[in-house]
Design a protein around this ligand. Structure first.
Ligand code: SF4
Length: 66
């Protein structure tokens, strides 16, 4: 994987439930900083199956974090 973090859960708007705000900011800057920080995915298509993801995962529903 390249150093380009576009498309990873850690930079996705649907990631971050249950993660402390300061840590989430760090993850959004660098998804490699906390690979153990799992979050429920809030994307409608994934939330209904209660998908839990790590910062380095990804899917086609990726939406850039605001
Ligand atoms: S699984 Fe997809 S929609 Fe959910 S946080 Fe990761 S990239 Fe975003």
């Amino acid at each position: 994987m390249s150093s380009n973090n576009h498309g990873t859960c850690g930079t996705c708007d649907y990631f971050g439930d249950g993660i402390e705000q300061q840590q989430l900011i760090q993850i959004r800057i660098n998804p490699e900083s906390a690979p153990e920080a799992f979050s429920a995915c809030a994307a409608p298509r994934n939330a209904e199956i209660h998908l839990s993801v790590g910062p380095r995962a990804g899917c086609d529903a990726w939406k850039p974090a605001a």
